[in-house]
Ligand binder design. Structure first.
Ligand code: HPA
Ligand code: ZN
Length: 348
């Protein structure tokens, strides 16, 4: 992409460019895409009684003070999921919404333990989600893969049991991640299960440095041997860590509206994405739990760019980073970047 062309793009056209550019989403929890309307529809379909009187009452409960205050509601919302069709419908709703934002590739997290703990089988979860991912390229033109997350507030033993339950479905997910309550649950708690996943050829990622300290990012890298860090925004507190992330080109999947809603930063203008860029890190923008945090991909891009004053050059870099950081082959990556270049050329 020729950078002169980028400089000619007027700032007035930036929101339109952000919306139109093809992009990959690498940090989306599928249970966090459940809109209140779908939660109520699934509750009615399955005869589940919710502790909220209406869609509006549920939405009003979305006033979070930190990660845990969100997780409590997020797990309650996911409790309406029972059948394979429910998992298909949840993933399909997300894929349609992501396609509208010109997301062309998504690597989707799911939390099987949230469901298996309620008696839903691993097959029900993975087969429903996978059926939506398999249908998406032909029906919507979006590519989608699955990453299974272990809940870090549970034990490593339970993570091993989860992995074992998922092994018959090994060809339906490409990697594993680590999510849920970060503080007090450092990555090293899961060192052995991640080592096993590595032997199995699974891709490895982990949430680290969302609320937790830079030390958790170091151990995610050195002990879990992850390929990407989810969030990673606390890395700015550790200059040596910033050097390491830049040198090894470890991607960070940053989620600005999530950080705002969970009060990691008091306002979006205080977000440190600009600092991450300036330090040469491979940062990406993602939605995390869009139904809970007030925006899907394009909303994250448009609001963040307006708040911290990013440019068309940053837009290109962020979209390009999203493909660089994706777990896809080089042919697919080249094809996406060609589409990105064509989009920018049409704006120049
Ligand atoms: N952090 C940790 N766990 C999560 C998140 C998050 O942002 N979203 C869903 N589970
Ligand atoms: Zn997350």
């Amino acid at each position: 992409m020729n950078t002169d062309a980028l400089e000619r793009i007027s700032p007035i056209r930036l929101p339109d460019l952000l919306r139109r550019m093809p992009k990959a989403e690498l940090h989306i929890h599928i249970e966090g895409s459940l809109e209140p309307e779908l939660i109520f529809a699934l509750a009615a379909r399955n005869g589940v009684v919710l502790p909220y009187a209406s869609v509006d009452a549920l939405r009003q409960a979305y006033a979070f003070t930190n990660l845990q205050s969100f997780l409590d509601i997020y797990y309650a919302g996911a409790s309406v999921m029972l059948t394979e069709q429910d998992f298909f419908d949840m993933a399909w709703a997300y894929l349609e919404r992501a396609t509208a934002d010109n997301v062309v590739h998504a690597e989707i997290f799911f939390d099987p333990q949230t469901h298996t703990a309620r008696g839903v089988s691993m097959e029900t979860v993975i087969n429903g989600l996978h059926r939506a991912c398999a249908k998406a390229p032909g029906a919507l033109g979006i590519n989608a893969t699955l990453i299974m997350c272990f809940l870090r507030h549970l034990s490593e033993e339970e993570a091993f049991q989860t992995l074992e339950q998922a092994m018959p479905l090994r060809d339906k997910f490409i990697g594993v991640g680590l999510d849920s309550s970060e503080l007090g649950h450092p990555p090293e708690k899961f060192a052995r299960v991640f080592a096993r996943c590595r032997e199995l050829g699974l891709h490895l990622v982990a949430h680290a440095g969302e609320e937790g300290p830079p030390a958790y990012i170091w151990t995610a890298l050195d002990l879990l041997k992850v390929e990407r860090i989810d969030h990673g925004i606390q890395s700015v507190k550790d200059a040596a860590l910033m050097g390491r992330l830049a040198r090894d080109r470890i991607p960070l999947t940053v989620c600005p509206l999530s950080n705002l809603k969970l009060r990691v930063f008091p306002t979006l203008a205080d977000h440190n994405l600009g600092q991450l860029f300036d330090a040469g890190l491979v940062a990406t923008i993602n939605s995390d739990d869009p139904a809970y945090f007030g925006g899907y991909m394009n909303e994250n891009f448009v609001q963040t760019f307006a708040a911290i004053g990013l440019t068309a050059q940053h837009a290109y870099t962020l979209a390009n980073n999203s493909f660089t950081a994706s777990f896809i082959d080089d042919v697919q990556r080249r094809a996406y970047i060609d589409r990105l270049d064509a989009c920018f050329d049409s704006f120049a």
